[in-house]
Design a protein around this ligand. Sequence first.
Ligand SMILES: Cc1cc2nc3c(=O)[nH]c(=O)nc-3n(C[C@H](O)[C@H](O)[C@H](O)COP(=O)(O)OP(=O)(O)OC[C@H]3O[C@@H](n4cnc5c(N)ncnc54)[C@H](O)[C@@H]3O)c2cc1C
Length: 462
Amino acid sequence: MSAARGRAVAVIGAGLTGPLLALLLARRGFAVTLLERRADPRTAPAEGGRSINLALSARGIGPLERAGVMPQIAPLLLPMRGRMVHELSGRPALQSYGKRPEEVIYAVGRAALNRLLVSAAERAGATLCFGQRCTGLDPGSHRARCVDERSGRQFELDDETVIAADGAGSPMRASLVQAGVCEERIEPLGHDYKEMTLPADRPGAHALDPGALHIWPRGGFMLIALPNPDGTFTVTLFLRRSGERSFASLADDAALRRFFAEQFPDLAVHHEALLAGFRRNPQGQLATVHARGWHLGGRALLLGDAAHAIVPFHGQGMNAGFEDCAALDALLERGSDWAALFAQFERLRRPNTEAIAQMALENFLEMRDRVRDPAFQHRCRLAFELERRFPNRFIPRYSMVMFHPEISYLEALRRGATQAEILEQLDRAPAPGGGIDCSLAEALVCERLPELAGRDPDLRTG
Ligand SMILES: Cc1cc2nc3c(=O)[nH]c(=O)nc-3n(C[C@H](O)[C@H](O)[C@H](O)COP(=O)(O)OP(=O)(O)OC[C@H]3O[C@@H](n4cnc5c(N)ncnc54)[C@H](O)[C@@H]3O)c2cc1C
């Protein structure tokens, strides 16, 4: 704590990760300035079009606990115990996310969470500056350059150290690329998204089960819905940008109506509300940002989406950004030589954020296509059965990512690949009367999956 006292740090971006980091740094005694280009979210109307609500899971909850804000956040959370799959025909069916009652994920409103984190950062002592846009690093002085959005006044920050949590389109990342320290590769998904609101039956009364994340998987595209506390659901359509069945093909109203009537007949009574939202709301784009070289010595560091934006299908972008904050905070316990610390931070985090980037893309296929496949459902049941028998060795990959922050993303990816092979082998060689061959299962699991021992969730390399 004493090494930090009074040392100035600027955090750029008061989205989701910036305020949490500002809060953690302020608690360590740093003199933190949090700069944000938007107006203060606590007084300005929320910006539309960008995931009105999100899924928070154990990986994000740990860092929020570390920062001491979970008691205020807990009342905002709606637990979702599984995915409710809506086939074109038939009744919706729930696929549980886990097998224990605590294995749930939580829907949370982005704007409410953002306001709460900003206030908590301010209470911890961070100085908040809204309406201030960072344009990148000055190539000579390596200080951050900013512009006041109202007056147009340009200025440089005095702070020696700048941490940029300025999102997927990070101007700071662009500066590091220009300075030759960062290499980036942006991988567009090709599918865009649009948000709509499913109205409440009456105030506070949800039209669908609020204890689940709803999916309408349609092969190649999908609709999902997450509950809000006011009884509404935020509904998101993920669809190709162009081509035969795409946003481009829904440009005229008749085509749009036909599409909803054919694909989502169980929502027929809500079509008018959904269509109004579809016409009103912007079409968002999705991409994975692969960046290498997250820092310029001890001057500047990228964190959160600025360093590793991913597609949203594992519900992990924010959770991974919160993990970044906890990891940096844990490293600060060991000293505050920024250059060494930033290098170590990237060494720790990048293999993990690359792993979740891959799993997020894979989960898109799972959500939109595979959840309907009986073979996939059978494998899920088998995986839960193996978890029941070997809880210290076999944990389904989705559960490792969502419920086990002590297992790094990279380890979840690696163990998940081994587990997939084990499941395939067991499927190919069932017991004589059908079902699982227990001795083969035990041999494979014990031989190929080392026991999971306790470890520090904030400092894993994978
Ligand atoms: C449709 C969708 C659904 C999602 N669902 C989930 C989910 O369920 N679970 C999950 O964990 N994640 C989810 N995510 C991902 C999540 O939104 C991001 O990972 C998260 O917002 C990243 O936080 P961040 O603070 O790094 O960036 P952001 O939240 O983007 O914040 C960046 C901040 O920086 C500010 N800023 C930008 N440029 C400048 C500048 N030049 N100067 C000053 N300020 C600047 C912005 O105004 C913003 O406030 C979803 C994303 C999308 C698009």
